[in-house]
Ligand binder design. Structure first.
Ligand code: NAD
Length: 359
C-alpha cells in the first residue's frame, strides 16, 4: 500500500484526476490517497492557492499525483506549480515523449525523454523592472565593471547557473539513461554564446559523462536541436537541458507525438516527487467530461515506475497504447476529425483502459 498525496487541482483537473485514480487502482496496486486541495477553488476559503496542509502532505508522503492548476492573473499569487517545485526542491523535470500507433501525429517513431533543470537559469525569478531604482542600481554597477554598456532604460533578468545545480541534473539524466537502458544522452546548450552559464553546463556534462562510459554523450546546440527534432526525431534519446530551453523544447517534443493531451511529466527531488501532465487546466472544458486524460494517466505510469512498480507501469502503458491503437473509445483529440461524433468522454476513455487492464 502506497501513501500518495492526490491533488485534483482546478479547471479540468478534478475530472482528469478522477479518471487517473480509477485507472491506477485497476492496475492492482493499492494506494492510500491523501486528497489535498490547491488552486483557484480553495483560494477564498484558505486565503492561498497552496495551503500549508497540502505541502505538508507531500513532504510526509514523499510522492504526489497532481492535476493541473490555474495561475490566476493579476491576483498577486504566484504559480502554485512553480511554488511546489521550489518549496520541495524538485530539481528534475522528466518529460518522456513517445509515439503510439494510432496517435494523430506527423511522426510514428519518436521515443525520447526530456530532462529539464527546474530551479536555476533565467527562470530563477531574479528580475529588475525597467525604470525601477533596483534596475538603475544593477545597471550602474555593471556599467562600472565593463566596457560594454547596458542602456539605462533596460529591464534585467538574471541567469544564475551553479556547478552543483548543473551536476545534479546531468547525473539525474545519466542515471535515468542507465536505469532505463537508454543509449545516448545529449547535452543541449548555447555554450558557444553564453560561456559562463551554458558553457559551465557543458563542461560539467563532459566531466560527468566520464562516469557513464557505456552511454554515448552528445553535445548539441539548442538551435540545431530544433531543426534535428523536426527532421529526424528518431535519432534523439535522452536530452538534458537547462530550465528555459527545457521548457520550450518539451512543448516541441509533445507536438512531435500528438500534443499536450498525451504528454506526461514528473518533477523529482531528493525527498519528494510530484507527477503531473505537461498541459494546464484547460478551464474552458471544465466539467464537460471532454478532455483527454492520457497525459495524466501516463504521468501515473511514471509514478508507478518511480515507486518501483515497473511491471504495473508497463501493463498500464500497454493498455493505454491498445485503446489508442483501436481508436474507437478515445477522446475527440485522438479522432481523425475533432468533431467526430463517435468520440467518448474523459470517464468513458478511462473505462476502456480499465477493461483492457482486466483482459
Ligand atoms: P492548457 O494546457 O490548459 O490548454 C491549452 C489548450 O490545449 C486547451 O484549450 C486545449 O485545447 C488543449 N488541451 C490541454 N490539455 C488538454 C487535454 N488534456 N486534452 C485535450 N486537449 C487539451 O494551457 P493554457 O490555456 O495556457 O493554461 C490554462 C491554465 O493552466 C493557466 O492558468 C496556466 O497558468 C495553467 N497551467 C498549469 C500547469 C500546471 O498545472 N502544471 C501547466 C501549464 C499551464
Amino acid at each position: 500500500m502506497f501513501n500518495v498525496t492526490l491533488i485534483p487541482g482546478d479547471g479540468t483537473g478534478p475530472e482528469l484526476t478522477e479518471a487517473t485514480r480509477r485507472v491506477l487502482e485497476a492496475t492492482g496496486i493499492a494506494f492510500n490517497w491523501d486528497v489535498q486541495e490547491a488552486g483557484v477553488d480553495v483560494m477564498e476559503s484558505a486565503g492561498t492557492p497552496l495551503p500549508e496542509a497540502t505541502l505538508a502532505s507531500v513532504r510526509r508522503n514523499g510522492i504526489a499525483l497532481k492535476g493541473p492548476i490555474t495561475t490566476p492573473i493579476g491576483t498577486g499569487f504566484r504559480s502554485v506549480n512553480v511554488a511546489l517545485r521550489h518549496e520541495l526542491g524538485l530539481y528534475a523535470c522528466l518529460r518522456p515523449c513517445k509515439s503510439y500507433p494510432g496517435m494523430r501525429s506527423r511522426y510514428d517513431n519518436v521515443d525520447l525523454v526530456v530532462v529539464r533543470e527546474n530551479t536555476e537559469d533565467l527562470y530563477a525569478g531574479i528580475e529588475y523592472e525597467a525604470g525601477s531604482p533596483e534596475a538603475a542600481e544593477v545597471i550602474t554597477m555593471l556599467n562600472g565593471m565593463q566596457a560594454k554598456q547596458i542602456a539605462p532604460s533596460s529591464g534585467i533578468s538574471i541567469k544564475p547557473m551553479s556547478p552543483e545545480g548543473c551536476e545534479r541534473i546531468i547525473r539525474y539524466a545519466f542515471d535515468y539513461a542507465r536505469k532505463h537502458s537508454r543509449k545516448r544522452v545529449s547535452c543541449i546548450t548555447k555554450a558557444n554564446i553564453m560561456k559562463f552559464t551554458d558553457g559551465l553546463f557543458l563542461s560539467v556534462f563532459r566531466e560527468v559523462a566520464k562516469d557513464y562510459p557505456e552511454i554515448e554523450a552528445w553535445e548539441t546546440l539548442v538551435d540545431a536541436l530544433c531543426m534535428g527534432l523536426v527532421q529526424r526525431p528518431e535519432e534523439f534519446d535522452v536530452l538534458v537541458l537547462p530550465n528555459l530551453y527545457g521548457d520550450i523544447i518539451s512543448d516541441l517534443t509533445a507536438g512531435l507525438v500528438g500534443g499536450l493531451g498525451v504528454a506526461p511529466g514528473g518533477n523529482i527531488g531528493l525527498d519528494a516527487a510530484v507527477f503531473e501532465a505537461t498541459h494546464g487546466s484547460a478551464p474552458k472544458y471544465k466539467g464537460l467530461n471532454r478532455v483527454n486524460p492520457t497525459a495524466m494517466i501516463l504521468s501515473g505510469k511514471l509514478m508507478l515506475d518511480h515507486l518501483g512498480e515497473t511491471d504495473a507501469g508497463t501493463h498500464l502503458e500497454n493498455a493505454v497504447a491498445a485503446v489508442i491503437a483501436e481508436g474507437d473509445r478515445v477522446t475527440y483529440d485522438l479522432k481523425p476529425s475533432r468533431d467526430d461524433p463517435s468520440a467518448v468522454g474523459t470517464a468513458e476513455y478511462a473505462d476502456a483502459i480499465i477493461e483492457k487492464l482486466a483482459e
